[in-house]
Design a protein around this ligand. Structure first.
Ligand code: NAD
Ligand code: IPM
Ligand code: MN
Length: 374
């Protein structure tokens, strides 16, 4: 079959540790499923800053624009927190998202049956959970102008004399394209979308609600659409998450809500994501795949990280970038099997304890399950 081009950006902290397990999985698919990946590996985040003085070089950015898909581990860490804002590791990730125009960030939260007791919520609240958060990823308060930290001149009453500014800004077009992604995905699931904003206090929220409704009424009247204030949405996510199917929301609310949704599944180390843009010439979307979690400095370098979020992110790449839905399902089944067999990294240890496997131990188990073909 064709060769798929992949740019792998392991990044910082546990990023390289979990990505190492993904490369083993990729090798398995090459050896056993006749797939061929043309892989290049490069630096991003703090690692790129250490080598080049920037969290993302122009050459790496250009490479990302060319490939079929980018796989990213994680960026950031305490060592880099003192850097100037413009060269912080996180800026590298945000530049990739912005310049590739990856406006739809798909963050599925699925509770595997074997982990239903590991969630911080009761088993019956999370068992069987399967929701999808569609987070707008290229606009909103992350990118709006004006922004910055300034001297607050002519305001003698401001103790400290400074002001920090970010701007929540959305155009109708940005909202509509995110909404379309959510409705399209909902049609392949339970046909239900809940849109979250704060239209009660923000004009951008009013626009968000109106435009999502417009897309619904004009293009997806068959999909059930509800609206919810995002604060209530946060509460409902932990009260009764199974009421949701697809949630569509802005960049910042989506960041918060997806971390909250992570704990429904047992661990942040379980949540994959796909960041998709407009279709390329080959019809597949421009895409980057990354776990929802960060570089986890508290456990980095100890072989403790759970590689499943990153492995499942590669499964999403198989599905959305390479049209290998069958292989994606095969990999997801292998992960499910390993969890059912009781294989646990430290983050998945319940109150009863047990002996956790290492990052590579989890990789071994997933490869063994793939080979066993269960
Ligand atoms: P984090 O996601 O790195 O960690 C939060 C907690 O979850 C930590 O206790 C960590 O040990 C645990 N955890 C995360 N992933 C895990 C895994 N795979 N296995 C086991 N445990 C896991 O969030 P943070 O501590 O707030 O941020 C650390 C750094 O990562 C910061 O610099 C932040 O900006 C960055 N960050 C990067 C990304 C990204 O690259 N996409 C995402 C979030 C945070
Ligand atoms: C995420 C992260 C990023 C975000 C940071 C690291 C820029 O938290 O991917 O969820 O805020 O989007
Ligand atoms: Mn986040």
């Amino acid at each position: 079959s064709d060769s798929y081009s992949l740019l792998i950006l392991p990044g910082d902290g546990i990023g390289p540790e979990v990505m190492e397990q993904v490369t083993r999985v990729i090798d398995w698919f090459q050896a056993n499923r006749g797939m061929s990946f043309d892989i290049s590996t490069d630096l991003v985040g703090g690692a790129a800053y250490d080598a080049h003085g920037t969290p993302l070089t122009d050459a790496t950015m250009a490479k990302a624009q060319e490939v079929d898909a980018v796989l990213l581990g994680a960026v950031g860490g305490p060592k880099y927190d003192v850097l100037d804002f413009s060269v912080k590791p996180e800026r590298g990730l945000l530049r990739l998202r912005k310049e590739m125009d990856l406006f739809a960030n798909l963050r599925p939260a699925q509770c595997f049956d074997a982990l239903a007791d590991f969630s911080s919520l009761k088993r019956e609240v999370v068992a069987g959970l399967d929701i999808l958060i569609v987070r707008e990823l290229t606009s909103g308060v992350y990118f709006g102008e004006p922004r910055g930290i300034h001297a607050d001149d002519n305001n003698p009453e401001n103790e400290g004399g400074r002001v920090g500014i970010n701007t929540q800004r959305y155009t109708s077009g940005e909202i509509r394209r995110a909404a379309r992604s959510a409705f399209e995905l909902a049609r392949k699931r339970s046909n239900k979308v809940c849109s979250m904003e704060k239209a009660n206090v923000m004009e951008s929220g009013i626009l968000w609600r109106e435009e999502v409704q417009w897309v619904h009424d004009n293009e997806y009247p068959d999909v059930e659409l509800t609206h919810m204030y995002a604060d209530n949405g946060a509460m409902q996510l932990v009260r009764n998450p199974k009421q949701f199917d697809v949630i569509v929301t802005d960049n910042l609310f989506g960041d918060l809500l997806s971390d909250a949704a992570a704990m429904l599944t047992g661990s942040l180390g379980m949540l994959p994501s796909a960041s998709l843009g407009a279709p390329m010439e080959n019809g597949r979307p421009k895409a980057m795949y990354e776990p929802v979690h960060g570089s986890a400095p508290d456990i980095a370098g100890q072989g403790k990280a759970n590689p499943i979020a990153c492995i499942l992110s590669f499964a999403m790449a198989l599905r959305y970038s390479f049209d290998e839905g069958e292989a994606a399902a095969e990999l997801e089944r292998a992960v499910e099997q390993v969890l059912a067999d009781g294989v646990r990294t430290a983050d998945l240890m319940g109150p009863e304890g047990g002996v956790p496997v290492s990052t590579s131990g989890m990789g071994d188990a997933v490869l063994a399950a793939l080979s066993a073909g269960r």
